[in-house]
Design a protein around this ligand. Sequence first.
Ligand code: SAM
Length: 338
Amino acid sequence: MIPVHTHFKDQQSGLVDPFGRRIEYVRLSVTDRCNLRCFYCLPKGFRDFETPEHWLSFDEIERVISAFSELGVRRVRLTGGEPLVRKNLPDLISKLSSLPGIDDLSLSTNASLLREHALKLKEAGIDRINVSLDTLKADRFKSVTQGGNLLKVLAGLQAARKAGLNPVKINMVALKGINDDEFEDMVDYCMRNAFTLRFIETMPIGEAGRSGSEHYLDLHRVLERLGKSYDLIPGVMAGGGPAKYFQVKGTDFRIGFITPISQHFCETCNRVRMSVDGTLYLCLGQAHSIALRPLLRDGISDAQLKSVLTDAIRLKPARHEFDEKPGQLNRCMSQTGG
Ligand code: SAM
């Protein structure tokens, strides 16, 4: 078994949910749009995007994150959709990175626009990035992403390294019958480039997620398989997420395994998500949510906002039910913020 994470129950915070979990991490979706269409993420032909009037402005986002930071949140990850399609993103990053309580500001991207943006992101205050990359084969990449260009992603990754973004973590969704012949190749690529590699199990999030789940692979099998080619010893990696790391002996290279299905880590969940329209989602896999946008636009005070956030955390459910109720969630990953 991949061991579960330690739970720091004894730490004090303004945001502790009914299960004793301390919330210190916000995943912030800055757009629900994406320039790729990974088949397990966004349904083909999906058009139900938020209208721009509903997008939180950078000032509104800053207000919410500032309130969160005063309540003990110290990590923020910008995500989407594809965050790099949101115009003037470095302006938002500068605002967030100057908030006193936020000491870890990171970004998840598909990297296809990263070559143009890497340096500006770094200068604005992004410390580290995660990049989705499911395959190193150009034709396969085009098919998985429904039109993407692998060369742009690889160029983006090199630009990230040159800009000094560190660490760069590659997120590879393990897909049976699609990329399961490439795990060792991805390990070698990441080792050569000093990137950290993380494998992720597919989740039945929305219609697209359910079609991805037809390719589900239990990562315990992937770990077993990689153990035959590499001398893997338990490893650690800073980041605040649920990955369980192994290290290739004698190197600094680490491989993480994120197992929401085969061994969920809900009991250590430390995060909430805010979508581009200002909906606060308490769990990736459940409907529990609070609409913050109307409150912000109706002139809520800072004190009231903090009180709303504190109350919202009380609604955080114990866990997702991807296994028991795979059909229950109809919003897609890019709507919630992946
Ligand atoms: N566009 C950015 C990116 O590519 O990283 C951020 C958003 S994307 C939704 C975040 C991550 O969610 C990606 O690594 C993607 O592979 C993953 N993802 C999307 N749908 C998923 C699903 N059904 N199961 C598991 N991971 C999923």
